[in-house]
Design a protein around this ligand. Sequence first.
Ligand code: PLP
Length: 450
Amino acid sequence: MQNTSSTQRPPSHLFYQSRLRRPLVDRAEGIYLWDQEGRRMIDGSSGAMVVNIGHGNRNVLDAMKRQMDRVTFAYRLHFENEPAEDLARMAAERLPEGMDRIFFVSGGSEAVESCIKLARQWALAVGQSERWKVISRFPSYHGGTLGALGVTGYAALSDPFSPMMREMPKIPAPTAYLDRDNLTMEQRGIKYADMLEEKILAEGPESVLAFIMEPIGGASTGALVAPDSYFPRIREICDRYGILLIHDEVMSGVGRTGKFLGGDHWNCKPDLIALSKGFASGYCPLGAMAAPSRLVKPVLDAGGFQHGFTYAGNPLACAAGVAVLNEIDRLGLIDNAARMGEVLKGELERLSERFPFIGDVRGKGLLLAAEFVSDRETMKPLPKELNAHQRMVDMAYERGLIIYSRRTRGGVEGDHFLVCPPMIVTNEEIGSITSILGDTLEALAAELDL
Ligand code: PLP
């Protein structure tokens, strides 16, 4: 085994201006990763909320090996392949009724681009060529490619490219928990949904093609959950103006929130769905757009979907996807995510009782976050200079726990950290995670004088 310390390593392949060189990873199993010096870390964020079924799953690895022995690449214009057909059928069975057409890609940004481009080509095919605007929310993250970045609400990521891309209209994410008004949560849900209608009217309803949102927020909002009233109202508004509703389930999908899709908690019926991350659980790069035939057929009849990627429907990636879905079923991982999510959320709430600078604990299943504040009553954020979210991540890392963090929320910035272990996590492992979180928060409070 090569054992090179991080200080000896040349920086040539690293684009990141890393504050902290991370060690070389050696191996991984279950919820754990080991570096080349033999140190074990708990993967408390499933990578970037990717490794839903945990590391080193033997059945998935064996299925991939079997596929590797047969064929790893056959171009889609030359051959269909069985894993892609199986995976499309299995995905459609798990998606809302009518989502029967699956278009494979290799990641989340590609899945979002595909939704946007199918929506546009559908509008052209049905004679609505004036529709092209895709409204999204701020803050949000939908990917790094220029089209996905246009709907991403994260200025630091999109500003450098503003002359080169089309910035799409944004409405605020439904940060109802921050509001200090006399409305109930359900009234706030309606208030935030109605902002979509206001934006549609301001933009000109005939020019609006789609609205894209994460049903349960990811890293950009810290597992933001809108009030129940938000979802039916959004659907109603989209229907009223003939606008397609795109659900970005790249992070919230494939069981992470305790249902197959985040939107399933509200029985949502979007028009297009973007999937990735947990779809092949990090065993291979894989993503997908799911669409109903009623949108796909006019596009095909008008000459075909003018879009595609070389690796779309790759047999090895799809074989990994099939095996991942089988393992999710065999091990009952969606139910486990729901159950363990409740346990972990309860632990985070207990930590918030101990540490008054935790102002909010939120999320569903194992997509959970805690937000730091300097005052719980007003939800005033901590000063930016403290860099509390990054210190939290680094101090947890020193203690053997990987978590994820950001400093974004509504109109005002705020620090949050996400705890999203693989869906195989056990009660005992949640105990270890919360014990490290407790130590880390104590050290953070001492260091930042919170
Ligand atoms: N959409 C959401 C909600 C995401 O969280 C991400 C990535 O974090 C993406 C899209 C982009 O996915 P990828 O990085 O695989 O391109």
